[in-house]
Design a protein around this ligand. Structure first.
Ligand code: NAP
Ligand code: MG
Length: 505
């Protein structure tokens, strides 16, 4: 297990900030260099974690466990209980038992619990950020500035709704759905837990949450927060494990609603498994989102948005702007600027505060990305990536890159890669941009960059995407609903619309 003292020791060799335990500089840029700024907060990680069921940490009934690692070092962080159908059954029973009392609490009392969770997350934010970075591989500046503050913001936002639900639905009397089974991915582990739990609890439901196998630790730490603030036992239960536990939760007859975020492939299985059962279902699935730059856009600003859109979080973002459409007249200028900007991104130790690109979450995901890079090579595409960037010899890493000469038929233009890989295409007219942007089975998000207000509204209205960002990208707010069209799923999370999935009217 990695402690912070050991992590710190790897940074005291007087060299640049790099992957833990390594010394050579990894940054692409030679124009300037930063002194190492390793995160110094210490976080305790237990050797072993059980499921959190009915307010207590318990081992799996089968006794099975699995390891969770730090993908930047491949060191084992902890050993975690592997849940099966029996553990899921115990968790669902606890949630079922707790639900009537939770729903019967005065709504403002439920709100107070959510406020307490939010405040405690803020107070322990640094610890959560460090733990998330270690378990997931994403840079500390992202967990510190994005994941954890947004997770707290979701609890704050939904705390406010708890006693105002009657106003939310225009006089209708909203009733809780009951027991919610919630299955989340590894790309934003704590944030996805908050997206799922906060609205469910505000509406009087109880929950069984299944975190992703590679990133269970912040959800388990959140369980410690529930204990600290005195959340009644059974209101939230957490079963760790793999797809087997997820599938058992989907199939359990005692679950009234399934909320899933993850791959379209698993989403389709869940849709089939819940069909005809009366279970409510919301699915937040994959994407192949377009980012469209018109010739009248502020190019530097747009390039920053492109960088944030695809390289943020190593491209492990369902709404990543993975297809870039640039108007032909400015294509060369945009490509040159992206190439230049890539040189200044720093890849390496996720716990260094200057790191822009962290580790790929797992060997499996790195394998997927590598297969897509190979397919692009085999299809004759030109790959652009910063020269001279050494990768750490331990851990899972991928150099951020982009491809030019891409046509809609190329594999990397069609399929979700979930890595720091951008496909650049050009267009001549707004009509062509819209047609090509919509030419995908997905419909999660899109970005539009232009100086013209009329063009903004015309284009945004015609893009088939759940979220359209205008002159920005990857901006999130709990008050703003998020979700997809077509194979990106259905239902919304966040905002007034997000409450709809957790009530019966
Ligand atoms: P995934 O397999 O769909 O996993 C998402 C969650 O579902 C995890 O908790 C997973 O557990 C669980 N799960 C797996 N099989 C299940 C089943 N049959 N029934 C119920 N739950 C099940 O996604 P992934 O393997 O993490 O990533 C694969 C691809 O999904 C990525 O390459 C990316 O394209 C996409 N993805 C999308 C999002 C998004 O936000 N939309 C997020 C992550 C990934 P385990 O983790 O233990 O397998
Ligand atoms: Mg991990």
């Amino acid at each position: 297990m990695t402690t912070f003292q050991e992590q710190d020791a790897t940074h005291t060799n007087g060299t640049s900030a790099v992957g833990p335990g390594r010394s050579p500089a990894l940054e692409f840029a030679s124009a300037w260099d930063y002194a190492p700024t390793p995160e110094s907060a210490k976080v305790e990680i237990a050797d072993r974690y059980g499921h959190y069921i009915n307010g207590a940490f318990v081992e799996s009934i089968s006794g099975d466990v699995f390891e969770t690692i730090n993908p930047a070092t491949v060191e084992t962080l902890s050993v975690v209980a592997r849940g099966t159908a029996e553990d899921v059954d115990a968790a669902v029973k606890a949630a079922r038992q707790a639900q009537p009392r939770w729903a019967a609490l005065p709504a403002k009392e439920r709100g107070k619990y959510l406020f307490r969770i939010a405040r405690r997350l803020q107070e322990r934010a640094r610890e959560f950020a460090v733990l998330e970075t270690m378990d997931n591989g994403k840079p500390i500046k992202e967990t510190r500035d994005v994941d954890i503050p947004l997770a707290a913001a979701h609890f704050f936002y939904h705390a406010g709704w708890a006693d105002k639900l009657a106003y939310a639905f225009g006089g209708a009397n909203p009733e809780p759905v009951g027991v919610c089974g919630q299955i989340i991915p590894w790309n934003f582990p704590l944030l996805m837990a908050a997206w799922k739990l906060a609205p469910a609890l505000a509406c009087g439901n109880t929950c069984v949450l299944k975190p992703a196998e590679t990133t269970p630790l912040t959800a388990l730490r959140l369980a410690e927060v529930f204990d600290e603030i005195g959340l009644p036992p059974g209101v939230v239960n957490i079963v760790t494990g793999d797809g087997e536990a997820g599938a058992a939760l989907v199939e359990h007859p005692g679950v009234d609603k399934i909320a899933f975020t993850g791959s379209t492939e698993v989403g389709k299985k869940i849709a089939a498994a819940t069909a005809g059962t009366g279970k409510k279902l919301t699915l937040e699935l994959g994407g192949k989102s377009p980012n469209i730059i018109f010739e009248d856009a502020s190019i530097d600003q747009a390039v920053e948005g492109v960088i944030a859109g695809i390289y943020f979080n190593q491209g492990h973002v369902c709404c990543a702007g993975s297809r870039l459409f640039v108007q032909e007249s400015i294509a060369d200028a945009v490509v040159a600027r992206i190439e230049n900007r890539l040189k200044s991104l720093r890849l390496g130790d996720p716990l260094d505060k200057n790191t822009d690109i962290g580790a790929i979450n797992s060997a499996q995901q790195l394998g997927t990305i590598t297969r897509y890079l190979d397919s692009a090579r085999d299809e004759g595409l030109t790959r652009h990536e910063p020269n001279g960037c050494a990768l750490p010899d331990k851990g899972y890493w991928c150099r951020p890159c982009f491809f030019t000469g891409v046509q809609p038929s190329h594999t990397i233009a069609r399929e979700e890669i979930f890595g720091p890989v951008l496909a650049v295409q050009t267009f001549r007219t707004p009509e062509e941009a819209i047609t090509r942007a919509n030419n995908t089975p997905y419909g999660l998000a899109a970005g539009v960059w232009t100086d013209k207000g009329s063009k903004i509204f015309e284009i945004a209205g015609r893009l088939k995407a759940g979220v359209v960002w205008l002159n920005c990208y990857n901006r999130f707010d709990p008050a703003s609903p998020f979700g997809g069209y077509k194979e990106s799923g259905f239902g919304r999370e966040g905002g007034l619309q997000g409450l709809r999935g957790y009530v019966r009217l």
